[in-house]
Design a protein around this ligand. Sequence first.
Ligand code: UT7
Length: 367
Amino acid sequence: MTKVRPTAVLDGLGSCLPPRVLTNEDVRRRGVLNTSDAWIRSRTGIARRRVAEDGISTGDLAVAAGRAAQKSAGARADLVLVATTTPDRRCPATAPEVAARLGLDAVPAFDLSAVCSGFLYGLTVAAALVRTGVCARPLVIGAETYSRIVDPLDRDSAVIFGDGAGAALLRPGDRGEPGALAATDWGADGGGADLIAIAVGGARRPDPGGRAGRQERYFRMRGREVYAQAVRRMTDSSRVVLAAAGWSPEAVGAFIGHQANQRILDAVAVRVGIPAHRCHGNLRDVGNTAAASLPLALADTAARRRVRPGTRTLLTAFGGGLTWASAALTWPAALPCDLPPEPLTASVPTPATPRRTFSWPLSTTTS
Ligand code: UT7
């Protein structure tokens, strides 16, 4: 019988970025967007993003990030949750295969769909399972391959999204420990479901197939409207979670918001009352990686030792659904493992078939 402890603690962090780098200049050179490095940098803060090679899937990135998080904690997971908008297949979920490839025998595993809020939704669910003794070491992975669903001709999304995966391994613990969750907040507004969506392919509108349905198979985001909602929802949710934790904004030593757009992050920080020098992230180098965004930024900030363990930390996210979520926690003692990066392996061999409909016609630079 598991002894129930007061809270969940982030005990391990891991990440995986595919090696191929796509710079703003690469995007401009494709010549289909009429954009520029200067526009993308000044309007979003993004300079480059990573793109998974053909044959590398969301699950492949998730396995590498999950393995790194387990190594960082020196422990194995007893539940696997994969937050993703880009699962390997529509059925079954990606998480069971990830768990199997991690060598985790018969542990429960499921996907969670909350778009860019997916990691914090997953953290909220996993922490509740820990607090109630349902499991002790859930592995929460945010993993995405948006390069498979973004329309290379869409100015609102083609310049901001990238691929990657990040993961956190939790354990039961006490409130005073570094990495302890103090409070979470989450919410949704399905009235805004059309602002971020893929029109076809679900039960409401099955994929019509052929050329006719091609445009509708892409991910679409109504950028300006989403921008306004993102600022409002992340600000409100941040205030709610700080109040629930009993922390003033001045007490927050580290802030990481969903890495979507630097102007959105700056606006939220100003409204919540967090000074710029306490804001962290890796938006410039990885772009918007949806559910992978926060765990990637956490792992990156931890690897650079930018925040002292125990520092009061605020995380917040916003995404399709509409969904939003925030967490108040102290900065974990865990460091992403210093071992050489895991070789990125595909679960299935790269098919020797023509390029898929959703792959970008990329002109890329390798890091
Ligand atoms: O991850 C889930 C949540 N997602 C987000 O939070 C993303 C939210 N939205 C955004 O980050 C921004 O709305 C975008 C980056 C998508 C677009 O930036 P914006 O500042 O909202 O651009 P806009 O649509 O208001 O357009 C401003 C100008 C327009 O030109 P005019 O009419 O002022 O001459 C656009 O035609 O910028 C032009 N423009 C571009 N120019 C070069 C729009 N997109 C681009 C582009 N490259 N990619």
